[in-house]
Design a protein around this ligand. Structure first.
Ligand code: SAM
Length: 271
C-alpha cells in the first residue's frame, strides 16, 4: 500500500521503543554492521567539516556515531537524541559526563527543539523504523538553519532479500521489515524542502553459521521483525521450519548469506 509516496509499514512506535529498550543491554555486541555503515557515512567529503557547528544525532542509540561526531575537527556541540531511554542510558555512559550533557529522549517525528537551532543533522540507521518519513524530514528541515546539512543512512529495499525469499517459499504473511527505495527518499526530501541531494548505496553481504544465528543477530540489533503481520502458533512453527529449509539451500562455504543494502544520503536545506 502506498501512502503519500511511501510504502505503508505498520510499525507501532511503542513496539519500536520496546524493541530497542530491550535490545539496549546487549546491543553493542551486535553493532559491527551499524558501525561500518556509520563510519562509511562519515567518509563523504560533505560530512567532514563542521567547525563551530551544532550537530544533532537522531536515533543515536548507544552513542557510537555521536562520539565520532564529537571527535570531528572543532565541532561546537553534539546532541544525541533517541526514542528509547534504555539506549540513551548506555549512550550517557559511553559518552562520559561532559559529552552526555546533550542527551535527549524524544521522537524523530516530534523534535522538542526550536526552529533553526542546528547546523547539521546526522542519523545512522534509525529512519527505517520511523512510521512517517515525511514527518521526520519535515522536522529535520524545521530545526536546521538555512543551508543546514542533513546526513543519514538507512536500509534499502534489497536488505534481507534472502530472508524475504525464504519466507515467501513458506507462507504469505509479512515477516520481514520493508524498506523504501532511493527515489522515494529523494522525492520526499524534495517535498520537505531539501536540495543538492546525493544518495549512494552499498550492498554489504554478511555470512552466518545458520539462519537462526542471523535471527539472533537481528534481535540483538533490535531489528527483528516488527511488522504486525507476523503469524504465531502451530502454523507459524511449520512455516518457520519451511523458511529455515529454504534458507539453508542458499548456504555457501562461508555460511548462509544475508544482504544489507546501506543507503547514504546527503542533502541541504535551502536558504
Ligand atoms: C539500529 S539503531 C542505530 C543506533 C545508532 N545510530 C548506531 O549507529 O548504532 C536505531 C536507533 O533508532 C532509534 N529510533 C527508532 N525510532 C525512532 C524515533 N521515531 N525517534 C528517535 N529514535 C528512534 C532506536 O531506539 C535505536 O536506538
Amino acid at each position: 500500500m502506498s501512502v503519500g509516496g511511501f510504502q505503508k509499514v505498520t510499525y507501532s512506535k511503542e513496539m519500536v521503543r520496546q524493541s530497542f529498550d530491550s535490545a539496549s543491554q546487549n546491543y553493542n555486541e551486535h553493532t559491527s554492521l551499524q558501525r561500518l555503515i556509520g563510519d562509511r557515512l562519515l567518509l563523504h567529503k560533505k560530512a567532514q567539516n563542521h567547525a563551530n557547528q551544532s550537530v544533532l544525532d537522531i536515533g543515536a542509540g548507544t552513542g557510537y556515531l555521536t562520539k565520532k561526531l564529537f571527535e570531528l575537527n572543532e565541532v561546537k556541540d553534539v546532541y544525541a537524541l533517541d526514542i528509547a531511554i534504555g539506549m540513551l542510558k548506555h549512550a550517557r555512559h559511553y559518552l562520559g559526563t561532559s559529552q552526555a550533557k546533550g542527551v535527549i529522549c524524544a521522537d524523530a517525528e516530534k523534535l522538542p527543539l526550536n526552529d533553526g537551532v542546528m547546523d547539521v543533522i546526522y542519523s545512522n540507521l534509525a529512519f527505517q523504523w520511523c512510521e512517517n518519513l515525511e514527518k521526520v524530514f519535515a522536522q529535520a528541515h524545521r530545526v536546521l538553519q538555512p543551508k543546514g546539512l542533513f546526513v543519514f543512512s538507512t536500509f534499502g529495499p534489497a536488505t534481507l532479500t534472502e530472508l524475504k525469499s525464504s519466507w515467501q517459499q513458506s507462507d504469505k504473511a509479512v515477516h520481514v521489515n520493508s524498506f523504501v527505495g532511493e527515489e522515494v527518499i529523494r522525492q520526499a526530501l524534495q517535498r520537505a524542502g531539501f536540495y543538492d541531494i546525493t544518495i549512494l548505496t552499498d550492498n554489504i553481504v554478511n555470512y552466518y553459521s545458520s539462519p537462526k544465528q542471523l535471527m539472533v543477530s537481528l534481535k540483538g540489533m533490535g531489528a527483528h521483525n516488527m511488522n504486525q503481520g507476523r503469524r504465531l502458533g502451530l502454523t507459524g512453527v511449520k512455516s518457520f521450519k519451511a523458511m529455515l529449509k529454504a534458507y539453508e539451500s542458499l548456504r555457501t562455504e562461508q555460511g548462509v548469506p544475508a544482504t544489507f543494502q546501506a543507503v547514504y544520503v546527503y542533502a541541504k536545506k535551502g536558504e
